[in-house]
Design a protein around this ligand. Structure first.
Ligand SMILES: Cc1cc2nc3c(=O)[nH]c(=O)nc-3n(C[C@H](O)[C@H](O)[C@H](O)COP(=O)(O)OP(=O)(O)OC[C@H]3O[C@@H](n4cnc5c(N)ncnc54)[C@H](O)[C@@H]3O)c2cc1C
Length: 487
């Protein structure tokens, strides 16, 4: 127990305190930063907006690593070099190369670090067919991960004040950070002086104004998980001249609204069948579903981010009896037979997100798209199926299934955001840079609020990269802030 740390058994913070390092946010990035800094002998205080730690990290399934002990055990040959090269060419070298390298190089050691704490992994998987197996799946998912990290926080005696959001960064005349101001749930102000501050507040998926302004989307895509990821900490950093970076990068997916990840209705909608937009037009090779960020990106270009998956009675039976081609994370794996589809379709119809009809015209009326357009889309698609050649988007022939036997079905999906992946510009040490690209002394940003990992757009070559980056960047910030404060 580190007696220098305080606050653990003190849910009401004092009005004034002095510490070495303040961490803003207790998600996986903040917890790993706090644990690293405390292990190096620093006095650390964590402020958390919610009543509990974890943020979006609670919902994650797996994290990136290359050359880990799990991969060695399972004969997975992905190297740090090849992961780095793929990530950099995938981002057209628009990502921060030194930051990406620092993250990838640390990732295997981070698996050991977490395993030593008590985190267990089942295996390393890929998020897309034949992709490199870098997605290290935690036993018990993000909840178990956060539980282990939070227990370590307690063991080390690191103070965490819940329901106490940081509302302002305190700077001196030379624009060096000297602490933060937080607010208790009773509305009292807390002044915490610190030599360094690590911003780990996650993304801004739950702030519709910021999403509209920064994501480049022409519509307000809702978050997958309703948590207050409002990005106030990002704006706080911008206020002290931190440069914005990569705010357009989003991790998103087409979702059937209100469905859980185990949903057979959502799974059916996410298969590479016929997809049409609100104009009743097909818009992609639907096998983009195998690489879900591609599905998200093509849907982002459609009106209101809305699409309908259209299929007939024969395909419905196939989904039930033969199973699915595309998985929904680890929740509905490939080949799962959708034995709940019938009942979930009925429920979906009652809830206005699934539709059925005896003709394509009737279906068009029900989903409120133009009859002529939908009729033409189905006709063209059926012709492609018959000719075994998709003249429109070159979809592989084995996924060309005609829509011809009544009844007909449509399931509605809307683009939802898992999280945003940019905000504050940092360098490879996770130091925050100002608008002139100079370091703001003592200020660090990590995880989903830091920009530089993805550049142009999120990709899943490095499956598990979002969570992996959160934890590894947290460790990197912990180490560099220790050096900064002279520990
Ligand atoms: C359903 C779902 C599944 C996912 N699955 C995966 C996966 O399998 N693999 C993967 O790589 N990624 C996955 N992701 C993304 C991944 O969860 C995130 O990239 C990662 O958790 C980000 O960690 P973080 O610490 O940056 O943010 P968070 O975990 O969101 O933590 C930020 C914390 O900061 C707090 N906070 C915010 N503002 C303040 C403030 N002003 N003061 C104090 N506290 C504040 C928040 O309340 C929160 O607790 C998934 C996301 C979702 C939503």
């Amino acid at each position: 127990m580190n007696s220098k740390n305080e606050g653990l058994n003190n849910p009401t913070p004092p009005e004034k305190m002095e510490t070495d390092i303040v961490v803003v946010g207790a998600g996986s990035s903040g917890l790993s930063a706090a644990l690293t800094a405390a292990s190096g002998g620093a006095k650390v205080v964590v402020f958390e907006k919610m009543p509990f730690p974890g943020g979006y990290s609670l919902f994650s399934e797996g994290m990136f690593a290359a050359e880990s002990i799990i991969q060695q055990r399972d004969y997975v040959g992905i190297t740090r070099d090849s992961a780095f090269k793929h990530h950099m060419s995938g981002t057209h070298w628009s990502a921060n190369s030194r930051l990406v390298r620092a993250f990838i190089d640390k990732s295997a050691d981070t698996i050991d670090w977490l395993m030593n704490m008590g985190v267990e992994y089942t295996n390393a998987a890929a998020l897309w067919p034949n992709g490199p197996r870098t997605w290290h799946l935690m036993k018990g998912g993000g909840k178990a991960l956060i539980q282990v990290m939070a227990q370590q926080l307690q063991k080390k005696g690191i103070g965490m004040f819940a329901e106490t959001p940081v509302v302002e960064l305190v700077m001196d005349r030379k624009n060096r950070v000297t602490g933060v101001i937080a607010r208790t749930k009773e509305g009292k102000s807390v002044q915490a002086g610190a030599k360094a501050v690590i911003i780990a507040g996650g993304g801004f998926a739950a702030n519709p104004e910021m999403v509209r302004e920064h994501s480049g989307l022409a519509f307000a895509a809702p978050p997958v998980v309703p948590m207050p990821q409002t990005g106030d900490h990002i704006q706080m950093a911008w206020k002290v001249k931190a440069a914005p970076k990569d705010t357009h990068v989003i991790l998103a997916i087409p979702c059937v609204p209100g469905e859980k990840p185990t949903s057979h209705l959502w799974s059916a909608a996410f298969q590479p069948l016929l997809w049409v937009n609100l104009d009743g037009q097909r818009f992609c090779d639907e096998t983009v579903a195998f690489t879900f960020p591609y599905a998200a990106q093509t849907l982002a270009n459609q009106k209101n981010g809305v699409m309908f998956t259209i299929f007939d009675e024969k395909v419905k039976k196939q989904l039930i009896q033969e199973g699915v081609d595309v998985s929904l994370g680890v929740f509905v794996p490939v080949t799962t037979k959708l034995d709940r589809l019938e009942e979930e379709l009925t429920r979906g119809i009652n809830e206005g997100k699934a539709f059925t009809a005896n003709s394509i015209d009737e279906l068009a009326d029900k989903i409120n798209v133009d009859r002529t357009q939908l009729g033409a889309a189905v006709k063209t698609y059926n012709r492609s199926c018959k000719e075994h050649h998709d003249k429109e988007f070159a979809k592989e022939r084995k996924y060309l299934q005609p829509v011809e036997k009544k009844r007909f079905y449509a399931v509605k999906s809307i683009l939802h955001i898992f999280t945003t992946l940019g905000g504050i510009r940092i360098n490879h040490k996770t130091e925050v840079l100002d608008t002139d690209a100079n370091v703001i002394p003592g200020l660090y940003a990590v995880g989903n609020c830091a920009g530089g990992m993805y550049g142009l757009a999120y990709d899943i070559f490095t499956s598990g990269g979002a969570l992996g980056f959160a934890i590894n960047s947290g460790r990197i910030a912990g180490e560099n802030s220790l050096a900064y404060i002279g520990k």
